[in-house]
Write a protein that binds this ligand. Structure first.
Ligand SMILES: [Zn+2]
Length: 477
């Protein structure tokens, strides 16, 4: 399903449902614990993009994206076991080139953006035959008002052919994942001259094809440092708008994979999900819903096909490394892959061209993918952070004896410009939030709406009307 219709459909159903909910809500008085009641009526607002964001998206340059992928392909192979020292061929030369590109862009940032090589030695595994140096290249745009929250975007620099251990054959990796690297570099260029409350981390990771090693190291480092990663996107195979397999091109559709049951779920957390029906409300699903809200077709010229699955069937990408630490994450990828063009030796067999060649990627399409990323990062880093410690209380407070009430609480957001909070709701069968109740600048509310029948979430709103991603409350007794 394409989301041109979807965007319109969501807008229409939202409005219809909202008027219905407004009536419903008016019929139910709101009760409060210690906080004031503020039943100003549900109105789930679609967020309007800032004008500066529209201006920024106009600066995305497909010819630069083309030049990036031409440069990446020119290194012959970017296999993880290829040369680290050859000045023109192999992963080392490609890494140095990416580092120099990022440094060049960051020079325009007045010191707000820093670029680092993050290097480690990966021990031997079934896909790493000798201890191997792996290097991520990371551009960090320091946040202003709330730099402690992080938003991460990656593409992977390494490439491969049919035999995953073959480090000498040409492995152009134009689509997998030159396209993702091109998105990252374009974001570095666009954002170098910007500043946001939250911190942006734009990275090329390596060792993906051998086992997500670069992203695993990066995510572990961020977790160990206590970085509060509130959103991460892996751009992997985002280059082809046309599968060249008889199916028509689909140049305005991007797939987004988001998991339901979290990768880092434990036996007890799964039991709780089962008990409350929370399997469709992981942090990653809330992040995905946020993306479809802030990166609409009328802004990016790209429809989002949300797929409720961790990644493509039985496969994975670098977002798994972040989900493993409990960070919300998603994977973006082209609408339909052609497996003749991925993980294949470059050769013609029976008249069929195999190989991940630049001929099969679409620079305008990649530009639109960069636009989806840019719009999402802009909103994430500008809007309030996701509320913390959101809870739904299963024991009625104080004198309340009824169990059809719902009491929610959360921590106050740290941002200085918070105007208040919204409780968002939807029918359990709806795919996205449909209504919102402005509850004021409080950290708890009791509603006369039964938690048995709907899903609840909490989001923060700042004085400019920017909304945070939704926090799904955890059940507490
Ligand atoms: Zn890949």
């Amino acid at each position: 399903m394409g989301n041109n219709q979807s965007a319109g459909r969501i807008g229409a159903t939202r409005r219809a449902f909202l008027s219905a909910s407004a009536v419903t809500a008016a019929a139910f008085p709101f009760l409060t614990g210690t906080a004031r009641a503020a039943a100003t009526g549900p109105a789930l607002v679609s967020q309007d993009p800032d004008n500066e964001l529209r201006h920024l998206l106009n600066q995305i340059d497909p010819s630069r994206i083309q030049a990036t992928i031409e440069a990446l392909v020119s290194f012959g192979t970017r296999h993880t076991a290829s040369s680290q020292t050859d000045p023109v061929r192999g992963i080392g030369a490609a890494t140095n080139w990416v580092f120099a590109q990022m440094q060049g862009f960051a020079a325009a940032s007045n010191g707000n953006m820093t670029v680092q090589k993050q290097t480690f030695v990966q021990p031997v595994s079934n896909r790493i035959l000798v201890p191997t140096t792996i290097t991520n290249v990371i551009a960090t745009l320091q946040g202003t008002a709330s730099p402690a929250r992080y938003y991460v975007v990656t593409g992977h620099l390494d490439s491969r052919v049919t035999d995953v251990l073959d480090f000498t054959s040409d492995a152009p990796g134009a689509d997998d994942d030159g396209s993702g690297v091109a998105v990252v570099l374009e974001l570095v260029r666009l954002f170098a001259t910007q500043q946001f409350p939250g911190t942006l981390v734009l990275a090329t990771v390596a060792g993906e094809e051998q086992g997500l090693y670069g992203s695993a190291f990066m995510a572990a480092q961020m977790a160990a440092a206590g970085n509060d990663v509130q959103g991460m996107f892996s751009n992997d195979i985002v280059g082809a708008s046309h599968s060249f397999d008889g199916h028509p091109p689909n140049p305005h559709l991007l797939r987004m994979f988001v998991e339901g049951v979290p990768t880092n779920a434990t036996t007890s957390s799964v039991a709780l999900l089962q008990a409350v029906g929370g399997e469709n409300d992981s942090q990653s699903r809330q992040l995905g819903r946020f993306l479809t809200d802030v990166a609409p077709f009328n802004l990016t010229n790209m429809n989002i096909r949300t797929i409720w699955r961790r990644d493509r069937y039985l496969r994975g990408s670098d977002h798994l490394s972040f989900q493993a630490h409990g960070f919300p994450a998603a994977r973006l990828t082209e609408p339909r892959e052609n497996f003749d063009h991925e993980h294949q030796n470059t050769q013609v067999t029976d008249g069929v061209q195999f190989g991940d060649l630049i001929d099969f990627v679409d620079f305008d399409f990649i530009g639109r993918v960069a636009g989806v990323n840019a719009a999402t990062l802009w909103a994430l880093a500008t809007n309030p952070g996701t509320p913390k410690n959101a809870q739904i209380h299963t024991t009625p407070p104080g004198t309340l004896s009824g169990t059809n009430f719902t009491t929610l609480s959360w921590n106050a957001n740290p941002e200085a410009d918070i105007a208040g909070y919204e409780v968002v709701m939807r029918e359990t069968t709806e795919d996205d939030w449909t209504s919102a109740i402005d509850v004021g600048n409080v950290t708890g509310i009791t509603l006369d709406i039964s938690k048995d029948n709907v899903q609840f979430g909490i989001r923060a709103v700042d004085q400019a009307g920017h909304r945070s991603p939704v926090a799904f409350p955890q059940a507490v007794a």
